[in-house]
Design a protein around this ligand. Structure first.
Ligand code: SF4
Length: 361
């Protein structure tokens, strides 16, 4: 980009940002802990949702030490409904590392930040620039879209090669000493004006320098190669009741939805739901020593994850102790009978909450 354009780019963008930026609680602070929490919350979660949950999370865990000293179950409970629970587990791990290795001080250097769980290139640079004023440029979906359009960049930004070019361009554009404002202005412009669909080019401060706008090719950027449709997995699930309580399973601590509670279920290969229900009942008989007796017709629930969809076939059952056992055991530590009034004390998977919404209504 020629030098005069670049100076116009900066001055128009920063002026626009000062006049149009939205009021956000995390924009009122330079506290690195609060900025870190906001950045993790904002990953894959809508701004309005984050705004509603940010203060309550910080009231519950006001400092990195409070977060480090909490049990993971408490953190997952506070995270309930926000999805992508790996973020909560990583936050907790990172808080412990920060207290153990950095005396409770969040590192300033983006390379050091990136060594912490859950902090990738974008988040490290966001914390380093916004909280500590480091001269590093961020690249999120909004920034990529703005750059692809302004510079008419070829290449799908989801590819590594295009992303490296975009990062180099963002670094080159960054005005020294203004990283915090510049980064936030680029992200805000992408969110409010240079939107994926229906960008507001006539209100855009960058329209005088935007090459896609000048050539009337705005909708051709960013370039996108078609994605494969995400697969659908079939799962049978049982909502088992006994003495007004419901049976839940604790998922293993690592991996997808790690540490959350869910209704017992099994994936079904080959699409034979009936066979799946039989296997599920057999599993409940063996592991939870109960006979699951269906009380209504199966019903279905769909749930979407990042890389796949789940089609859930659900049976509602009454649980009866099997003849050989005097009482259904709480035996396996990963099983728990929970009364509906106590559910708010447990972090549940989104799919289980959806099913309960139907079963308990
Ligand atoms: Fe985006 Fe339009 Fe602004 Fe170009 S002029 S940066 S396409 S909003």
């Amino acid at each position: 980009m020629p030098a005069p354009d670049r100076s116009k780019f900066h001055s128009e963008l920063l002026r626009w940002y000062e006049e149009n930026k939205r009021e956000m609680p995390w924009r009122r602070t330079r506290d690195p802990y609060r900025i870190w929490i906001s950045e993790i919350l904002l990953q894959q979660t809508r701004v309005d949702t984050v705004r509603a949950r940010y203060e309550s999370f910080l009231e519950r865990f006001p400092t990195v030490r409070h977060l480090a000293e909490a049990r993971i179950a408490e953190v997952l409970l506070a995270w309930q409904g926000l999805g992508y629970y790996g973020r909560a587990r990583n936050l907790h791990r990172a808080a412990r590392l920060i207290t153990q290795q950095y005396s409770g001080e969040i590192p300033q250097d983006p390379v050091t930040l990136q060594r912490l769980p859950g902090i990738g290139l974008y988040t490290a640079r966001a914390i380093a620039s916004i909280a500590f004023g480091k001269d590093v440029a961020v690249l999120d979906g909004n920034v990529m879209r703005v750059l692809c359009r302004v510079f008419r960049l070829q290449g799908d930004p989801r590819t590594t090669a295009a992303r490296s070019r975009l990062q180099a361009l963002a670094d080159e554009l960054l005005p020294k000493g203004k990283a915090s404002t510049f980064n936030q202005a680029m992200m805000e412009l992408g969110a409010l004006v240079c939107r994926p669909a229906r960008p507001l080019c006539s209100d855009c401060p960058l329209s005088p320098v935007c090459q896609a706008f000048r050539k009337k090719q705005v909708h051709a950027f960013p370039k996108k190669t078609p994605r494969k449709p995400s697969p659908t997995r079939l799962r049978v699930v049982a909502a088992v009741f006994h003495r007004s309580r419901i049976l839940f399973v604790h998922r293993p601590p690592e991996g997808l939805l790690g540490g959350l509670w869910e209704l017992p279920g099994l994936y079904v290969n080959g699409g034979d739901t009936q066979d799946g229900f039989e296997k599920l009942k057999e599993m409940l008989r063996k592991v939870a020593t109960l006979e699951a007796v269906s009380t209504r017709e199966p019903f279905s629930v769909d749930h979407v994850y990042t890389h796949f969809r789940e089609h859930l076939q659900v049976i509602s059952c009454r649980g009866r102790p099997v003849a050989s056992s005097c009482a259904m055991r709480q035996a396996e530590p990963f099983f728990q009978w929970i009364h509906p009034t106590q559910l708010s004390h447990f972090a549940l998977t989104g799919a289980s909450r959806k099913i309960l919404g139907q079963v308990l209504s």
